[in-house]
Design a protein around this ligand. Structure first.
Ligand code: F6R
Ligand code: ZN
Length: 189
């Protein structure tokens, strides 16, 4: 646990690559880690028989003090599709009901789908330079619809907690699918 005496902490951020130093934790997410989130399960199974592509990775820095638990996460989503669905993050809702988050798109283009999982949905068109506040109780994920890396920063409290199961069970109201190479929002049944 870091104590205030270690502060202030500054990181060297490479916005082009979406990496920073020092970086105490990198979490890779391969297809097998989020396979249930994609709609085309036969393509998922077919790909997984051959390999397990890296969909995105997350670099964390916990700016923890004895009185606070703010954290930084920088996510790099690679370009690609599973069937006709763009690479995306797994998506989650914060467990605590009072925990928002700020997302900042540093490079790339895509969508930020937000869903209460209780009937309200928004899809924020995303490109470098857009900062979005994610209110508490909204599930969130990011979809990379470009041909290049999408990098975004998230700032949140570690005590927010992450509920992935609810997203796996209920699903977002819309998916971002590729139609003739262009992204389209398709309503789910
Ligand atoms: C933290 C947060 C992000 C995501 C990251 C990966 O609350 O929203 O740091 O954790 O972008 O996405 P998931 O967690 O959905 O795999
Ligand atoms: Zn979050």
């Amino acid at each position: 646990m870091l104590t205030p005496i270690d502060y202030p902490i500054s990181l060297d951020f490479d916005a082009e690559n979406g990496t920073f130093e020092p970086c105490p934790q990198v979490t890779p997410r391969h297809l097998s880690d989020l396979k249930e989130m994609f709609s085309d399960q036969s393509t998922v199974a077919q790909i997984l028989r051959e390999n397990d592509p890296l969909i995105y990775e997350i670099r964390y820095y916990p700016f923890t003090t004895t009185k606070s638990d703010m954290a930084l996460a920088v996510t790099r989503i690679f370009p690609g599709t599973i069937g006709n669905e763009f690479y995306m993050t797994k998506g989650h809702k914060h467990q605590r009901e009072d925990q928002p988050e700020v997302y900042y798109c540093v490079r790339g283009e895509g969508f930020l789908p937000l869903d209460t999982l209780e009937g309200e949905f928004r899809a924020i068109p995303w490109r470098a330079g857009v900062i979005t506040h994610i209110p508490p109780m909204w599930a969130h994920r990011v979809v990379n619809t470009g041909n290049d890396l999408l990098v975004f920063i998230g700032v949140f409290h570690l005590s927010a907690g992450h509920d992935y199961d609810i997203v796996a069970r209920k699903g977002f109201a819309y998916r971002v699918l590729s139609r003739n190479g262009k992204p389209e929002l398709i309503k789910q049944d």
